[in-house]
Design a protein around this ligand. Structure first.
Ligand SMILES: *[C@@H]1O[C@H](CO)[C@@H](O)[C@H](O)[C@H]1NC(C)=O
Ligand SMILES: *[C@@H]1O[C@H](CO)[C@@H](O)[C@H](O)[C@H]1NC(C)=O
Ligand SMILES: *[C@@H]1O[C@H](CO)[C@@H](O)[C@H](O)[C@H]1NC(C)=O
Length: 485
């Protein structure tokens, strides 16, 4: 399947990389996640990437419509394999062959999609998984590597494993070490990566350090100097990113791979849904990060050698993500769900500021709000149901819609639900408590959304089913509520 062009390019790329790696400039990429109720057309998103001159994208799954849209774009791709596929791919070489054929080879070739990395699992060593994926990683890697060799792609497409920064720990960066129970598996992994010329991929989140730990000095999370520097021998750390990065460098060094190239698979700051998650902080963090990386200063343990690539998390807000980590989880995008820039950001990729998505197809400009002339005392149940399906995270403490009052809350919930149901008029009934309006009810920073339509979507059937079920559930619950009155 492989075009000779790719063998050549891969070889040249490797050669260039090995010669220039020590002084190479980092490349900035983005994570494109698609866990959204209001998905943009993949082609709209690819245009957004191109318009912003973003050269690299990381995907969490091999979604056919996304990969198809990236064909011919020239954008380099890291495509992910979900953790729940590791078991199959590790136990069956033919499943690995098939995965590769269907999800990689099919899109490559001359003028195809430029897939450079396959991320085998996503943070499979995360502490909260209690080791359930740990031993599935290497078998999957070894099978997939064989599949790559058979497909004649092994010189061009590299296997990596994005790890959460919780894979290593230490009070001081220079003492960094992988968690004891991971030592053996990480040793095998880095041996494989090293023999294959692949980088170590790590996700680093200073926001979560701040969110999880009230004692964490706030200014240490950013890049503008701190009143609480960390002194480690002769090295002084003024930001959490450098400290964390060097902890990894030290941990790799302990295994004998202190020179292994590092890629930042995810890093970013959410703009809503928690105290400390706001547009200003997100802009300051992301701009500070980009300037820091592009300044090529590196870190105390790797001076003048910044990470190879840095993938910002994320490109777009994903309003259907689980809020288990916190309400901020749906607000990591540098763009809102509809591809509009949330704040000024210079990605240093050629444009001075972000450019918005073009030709976004919105539903009509109408909203569902609480009917002002109705008694709203019995509305709590409706609101709960609406918010259990649609996204109401901005209403909570620390969110951009937290101060809009009781009636505002109700309207916000009604509208989120109504837009989720693609403005189906029945979904704005709420026993006569809802009302459709043509006046934008947004107040200040609190935006009442209008949904988008993704007419080209090929994966909408599961969504439709979901809508259908939630509507039935909604009417059943509504009926119960009605009869219990
Ligand atoms: C290709 O990837 C998709 C998305 O992760 C997955 O659903 C599908 O099963 C994969 N194909 C094969 C043959 O494994
Ligand atoms: C935004 O977040 C930052 C940093 O987390 C915090 O210091 C600041 O007070 C927040 N701003 C607002 C307006 O909430
Ligand atoms: C609006 O809803 C949020 C989230 O449930 C709550 O914290 C807030 O107190 C509500 N506001 C009013 C005025 O009821």
């Amino acid at each position: 399947m492989l075009e000779p062009r790719f063998v050549g390019a891969g070889f040249l790329w490797l050669l260039a990389w090995s010669i220039w790696a020590p002084m190479a400039e980092s490349a900035i990429g983005v994570n494109w996640g698609t866990v959204s109720f209001h998905k943009l057309k993949p082609s709209t998103v690819v245009d957004l990437l191109k318009e912003n001159k973003i050269p690299k994208v990381k995907l969490f799954e091999a979604e056919p419509d996304v990969l198809r849209a990236l064909v011919g774009s020239g954008i380099q791709i890291m495509v992910g394999i979900p953790n729940d596929m590791l078991s199959l791919l590790g136990s069956s070489p033919s499943a690995a062959d098939l995965w590769l054929r269907q999800n990689v080879s099919a899109y490559m070739g001359k003028g195809g999609a430029d897939i450079r990395y396959i991320a085998v699992g996503n943070e499979p060593f995360l502490t909260s998984y209690n080791g359930q994926y740990q031993n599935l990683v290497m078998p999957a890697i070894l099978n997939l590597q064989q599949s790559l060799v058979k497909a004649n792609l092994a010189g061009y497409v590299k296997l990596v494993v994005p790890c959460n920064a919780d894979a290593y720990e230490s009070a001081l960066p220079s003492q960094g070490a992988f968690r004891p129970e991971l030592t053996q598996i990480i040793t095998q992994l880095v041996q494989f990566l090293n023999s294959n010329g692949s980088p170590f991929v790590v996700n680093i989140y200073p926001f979560l350090s701040l969110y999880d730990n009230g004692d964490f000095p706030q200014d240490y999370a950013f890049f503008e100097g701190t009143t609480h520097p960390v002194t480690d021998g002769t090295n002084v750390y003024t930001n959490a990113f450098d400290g964390n990065y060097d902890t990894l460098v030290a941990a790799l060094n302990k295994l004998g791979y202190g020179q292994m190239p590092i890629v930042i698979g995810e890093i970013g700051w959410p703009s809503d849904g928690a105290i400390g998650a706001n547009v200003t902080a997100a802009r300051v963090f992301n701009q500070g990060l980009i300037d820091h990386i592009m300044g090529n200063k590196g870190t105390p343990l790797r001076p003048n050698a910044p990470p190879m690539d840095v993938y910002i998390f994320g490109l777009l807000d994903e309003g259907a993500k689980s809020t288990l980590p916190g309400n901020f989880e749906r607000h990591w995008g540098i763009f809102s769900f509809d591809g509009q820039a949330k704040y000024q950001l210079n990605l240093r990729l050629g444009n001075k500021e972000l450019r918005n998505a073009k030709n976004v197809q919105y539903l009509p400009s109408r909203w569902c709000v609480a009917n002002p002339s109705t008694d709203l005392t019995n509305v709590a149940n409706h609101m709960r149901i609406a918010c259990s399906v649609a996204d109401c995270t901005t209403l909570n403490y620390g969110g951009s819609c937290n101060g809009i009052g009781e009636k505002g809350n109700i309207s916000y919930a009604f509208n989120s639900y109504y837009q989720l149901q693609m403005q189906d008029s029945r979904s704005c009934d709420f026993d006569g408590l809802g009302m459709i309006t043509f006046l934008d009810p947004s107040v200040g920073d609190c935006r009442f959304l209008v949904g988008v339509t993704d007419k080209s979507s090929h994966s909408s059937s599961s969504h439709t089913t979901y809508h259908w079920y939630s509507l039935v559930l909604f009417f059943i619950l509504q009926g119960m509520f009605y009869f219990s009155m």
